[in-house]
Design a protein around this ligand. Sequence first.
Ligand SMILES: [Zn+2]
Length: 321
Amino acid sequence: MTFARVLGHERQKAILQRAMTSGRLAHAYLFEGPEGVGKRLLAVALARAVFCREGTGCGDCPACRKVDHQNHPDLHLVESEGAAIKIDQVRVLQREMAFRPVEGGKKICLIDGADRMNPAAGNALLKTLEEPSGEALLILLTCRSDAVLGTIRSRCQRLPFGRLPRTMIQEVLQERLELGVTEGHVLAALADGSFHKALGRDRDLYLVQRREILKQVTALGGSVIALFELTRQLMEEKDRLAEILDILQTFYRDLLLLQHGAAESELVNIDLLEKLRRVGRRETVPSLLNKLEAIAASRRHLERNANRQLALDILLMRLAA
Ligand SMILES: [Zn+2]
């Protein structure tokens, strides 16, 4: 992966490239921004460019190939084992970074999920950040920079990443997944600026299951049995409840936009226009706001690890009202 092949983030690429060519790379960077937008890809591209014999990240020289095969002796990757990055992992990193570079001229360490360092690990890492060696380059990645120790943040050069524009994601999805314009639009809109979501396991959820979920939710009448049955089904997807709430949210947001006379191109669910119009006839602006608030409330409950089943029952009751 070269800089040029990482999609978007032109400003971030330019900053890193300029720093590299002028020999002024910081000793530590914090790449912060949403999940799945390419932070890690760009970090690897930077490592490749630093180690590359050609100085470009050519992809063909032995150094580039070692980076691609994750066996470059001067590139060290730390990620969480389970929920946290532990102090032992930071100690291994520190031992590793204490050696001179074997062949790369620099020692590069990627810490993916820097927010998951527990306090002991974070404090241990601080030592490394406080006494940087000229040969060390640390790249910390996080999608929750507020959860990274402030003392760590302040010792890194921070590089914020934004979401990728929807049109850019849509174009790539249509090309790579051979999707039609409508499917590309829906998937790009739901992936919310993240390639990881659009290309990963959420793809089927967004393209196929979404229709089924929306069909069932909008068909809920006063039947409590149907409602409990749907809760039971949703509970089977308990790792993806946040994404399911995203789906519901876009649907009711689309309905609200239609009530305000928005253009179809502003909607997410453009493949369900007929359904949106049909369901929209029995909704009003206040009823839609109420449903969107119900979705937001259940999201808060689920994030706080409240009783999931109860949270879903209440949500579906409010959506069926
Ligand atoms: Zn190369």
